[in-house]
Design a protein around this ligand. Structure first.
Ligand SMILES: CC(C)(COP(=O)(O)OP(=O)(O)OC[C@H]1O[C@@H](n2cnc3c(N)ncnc32)[C@H](O)[C@@H]1OP(=O)(O)O)[C@@H](O)C(=O)NCCC(=O)NCCS
Length: 190
């Protein structure tokens, strides 16, 4: 089995897997609404595939923005999911491999914040914490105990309060909550 980037021919297999794992009501969920009209980040979408093409699992990431309370700032973040592993192959480490590879790629690509709605007892092993998402809100119904965050860069969520919004094409994927560096000190040449 290999963890490889998702290709166009995987789309139908992934839809079947998501239907099997989550059922048709998944589209009504708040996280799905945040993905409407926005493409998944192809560089972070992975599948676990066997040599014969059998799809064991899938992981996708979407871009979102955090609209910071009381400011015009929109901070970029990743929305992790959906992740699903074929029913007969769960608990064999496939989900862990997909999570580890996806998060490693996100880190290398310079992403700072990852959000998801899921069970902390599972996602906690990858660093996701409820406490990191406590000052964030989702724009629809969600079990708040399952709204988790991970800071890929330590402190990326420090002081960040706001609501998660759909990513817009002109959003800056590199914006951060870090204070701008002070202007360099200079002295006139004598
Ligand atoms: C969640 C999921 C992706 C995990 O994939 P997986 O390949 O089975 O996971 P792994 O084999 O890497 O890890 C299995 C471990 O995670 C635990 N685990 C799996 N789902 C869990 C959950 N929701 N809460 C707590 N622990 C969970 C298993 O009990 C197992 O524990 P162990 O290592 O102590 O035996 C898979 O179970 C799945 O597709 N579930 C249905 C779809 C789903 O719920 N997706 C997540 C939506 S938030």
């Amino acid at each position: 089995m290999h963890i490889v980037p998702e290709q166009p021919h995987h789309a139908a297999l992934i839809e079947d897997l998501l239907e099997e794992s989550f059922g048709p009501d998944r589209h009504k969920k708040t996280v799905y609404r945040l993905r409407e009209g926005v493409a998944a980040l192809s560089e972070l979408c992975l599948v676990a595939e066997e040599d014969d093409g059998f799809l064991r699992g899938s992981l996708r990431f979407w871009p979102v923005s955090i609209v910071v309370d009381g400011a015009e700032a929109r901070l970029p973040a990743l929305l992790l999911g959906p992740i699903a592993v074929h029913g007969g192959l769960r608990k064999t480490g496939v989900g862990t491999l997909l999570m580890q590879e996806g998060l490693a790629r996100a880190r290398v690509l310079g992403h700072r914040i990852v959000l998801l709605v899921g069970d902390e007892p599972y996602y906690g092993r990858f660093g996701f914490r409820r406490v990191l998402a406590e000052n964030l809100r989702l724009p629809g119904p969600v079990d708040s105990e399952r709204f988790l965050a991970l800071d890929l860069v330590t402190g990326a969520l420090d002081g960040v309060c706001g609501v998660v919004d759909t990513f817009r094409p002109d959003d800056d994927m590199t914006a951060s909550n870090a204070a701008p560096s002070p202007a360099p000190k200079w002295a006139p040449m004598e």
